[in-house]
Ligand binder design. Structure first.
Ligand SMILES: Nc1nc2c(c(=O)[nH]1)N[C@@H](CN(C=O)c1ccc(C(=O)N[C@@H](CCC(=O)O)C(=O)O)cc1)CN2
Length: 380
């Protein structure tokens, strides 16, 4: 098992302890000493997400108690795709559960680009909305880049605005928000104490929503990152070098057990419906990883469902909380400084306004300036 991977991922992850947790010998974690292969720890994304949501609910309650305001999230959906409708419902319900105020615009599939932009602009201008997202994919006649670029960069809790993505790609710059699913993947690695710095990471897939930002986040954490895509030759030999695999190709069970280095950590982002007459719905979800094969070889692996999916919504709530906190505290500070008087606000920068002494200091500055002017005019 690689250094740092705990044997009880769910317990360790939920506690978010910065040090590797003590082995507990859970049944899912035992590797036979005679076998070169191992049985992976199953990373319980649902438990980690539940813990994060608890943390968020407590912080929202604090904001409410202190300022009588809560963060607000606006979700824009265009059309009636069943999967998108489900995700939007989940997001609105999750908001209500943690105390975030839900706002929304449900537009028909026939909505024009201008109508979608109008909805976004309305939320940009609404001071009770601190986060805005447009559910993807959009109908084909809508220009996705134009819509995502119209969201205020300060309310872009999905982290898809070109400015936020650009900052994610640059050394020494930080975005205001990073995309939720890739951040969720990183959070699972971190909370499970899986080392990232100096490790080889392979991201399978290069989408704007997951693959590319996941590679950028791994790079920021000093992993050596390779991106595989549809034109990659001999993908399996590249994946076999990875200590960390992030599978986000949108292809059911693409990554096979024989592709995996023993002990590697696998984060499976795929959610592919496959026919299953034994299920009431007639289908079940599988990931981009062949779970049954890979769990015999990997050191740690996320299941589908119950792995990365729940993290996407938990991180969205956290981004919204961060944004709400930023807006609300800024509003409070600017109201305080305007109460202190407009002249002082203009003369002394906000951080230097230190109560009554700053009034005395500003008064002395004004008096000093007047004296200098008077002396200057006498000398002439
Ligand atoms: N604007 C956005 N659009 C889309 C995003 C996104 O982050 N922002 N991501 C995906 C869909 N998505 C959220 O929007 C999402 C996908 C999956 C889950 C999830 O919890 N999955 C569960 C299974 C749920 C089920 O049974 O159907 C799991 O994996 O356990 C949440 C959110 C595309 N669009």
């Amino acid at each position: 098992m690689p250094e740092g991977i705990s044997t009880n991922i769910s317990a360790a992850a939920a506690s978010a302890s910065p040090t590797p947790s003590a082995p507990t010998g859970s049944a899912t974690a035992s590797a036979s000493p005679a076998s070169p292969f191992m049985k992976a720890n199953i990373i319980d994304g649902k438990a980690v997400a539940a813990k994060i949501r608890e943390e968020i609910a407590a912080k929202v309650a604090e904001l409410k108690a202190k300022y009588n305001r809560v963060p607000g999230l606006a979700v824009v959906i265009v059309g009636d795709r069943k999967d998108s409708q489900t995700y939007v419902r989940m997001k609105r319900k999750a908001c209500e559960e943690v105390g975030i105020a839900p706002f929304g615009a449900d537009l028909p599939a026939t909505a024009t680009q201008e109508e979608v932009l109008e909805a976004v602009r309305g939320f940009n201008d609404n001071p009770d909305v601190h986060g805005i997202l447009v559910q993807l994919p959009l109908p084909k006649h809508i220009d996705e880049q134009a819509v995502l670029g119209a969201i205020s960069v300060e309310k872009d809790v999905d982290g898809f605005h070109p400015l936020n993505i650009g900052r994610l790609a640059m050394k020494g710059r930080e975005p205001l928000f990073a995309p939720c699913t890739p951040v969720g993947c990183m959070e699972l690695l971190e909370r499970c104490n899986i080392p990232i710095k100096g490790k080889r990471a392979v991201v399978v897939g290069r989408s704007n929503i997951v693959g590319m930002p996941a590679a950028l986040l791994l790079n920021k954490r000093d992993a050596t990152v390779t991106i595989c895509h549809s034109a990659t030759k001999d993908m399996e030999s590249i994946v076999r070098q990875a200590d960390i695999i992030i599978a986000a190709a949108g292809q059911a069970q693409l990554v096979r057990g024989s592709w995996v280095k023993p002990g590697a950590a696998i984060i499976d982002v795929g959610t592919n419906p496959v026919d299953d007459p034994s299920k009431a719905a007639g289908y079940r979800l599988v990931g981009d990883v062949h779970f049954e094969e890979c769990k015999e070889v990997a050191g740690a692996i996320t299941p589908v469902p119950g792995g990365v999916g729940p993290m996407t919504i938990a991180i969205l709530l956290r981004n919204t909380l961060d944004s709400g906190e930023r807006f609300i505290t800024r509003d409070v500070k600017s109201k305080e400084s305007s109460r202190k008087g407009p002249l002082l606000s203009r003369l002394v920068p906000e951080r230097e306004q230190l109560g009554p002494w700053s009034v005395v200091a500003a008064g002395s500055l004004l008096a000093g300036a007047a004296l200098q002017r008077a002396l200057g005019s006498r000398r002439q």
